[in-house]
Write a new protein. Sequence first.
Length: 159
Amino acid sequence: MGIEIRQLTADDWADLRDLRLAALADAPYAFGSTLERELRFDEERWRGWPVKHGLFMAWLDGTPVAMAGAMPEPDGVEMIAVWAHPETRGTGAGVAVVQAVIDWSRDREAKRVTAWAVENNERALRFYQRLGFTPTGRDDDHRHNAGLRELELELLLRA
């Protein structure tokens, strides 16, 4: 099994769409958007996403299986859209796309990478902590479920 990681371009829009819709169907609580909303996106919208953000995808034997995005902010990079297909968790694909975001952030001399996880998503919280992320103490309302809180984690980058 070979994992290929690369930064997406507009030409990868179909793989991006398919994997993102799979993520929203699998874990709707984990994202700031909804499957219903993104099902309405047209090709132009999907093609524009990699142009606006650093998006990385993992392919396992030619099949897209994991993704993570990087959104530059004044004091660092916010990691977004992190997801790995359930059947491929534990293969290293998820770690590899997050590491690609971290490397991309370092290349841009970011001071930190932040990520948000829903408070009851223990798997995601453990995943980030294994990679060196620590809670910042900041939290926020979940965009689509008032009963949930999102917790911010960060990874401080050294020069």
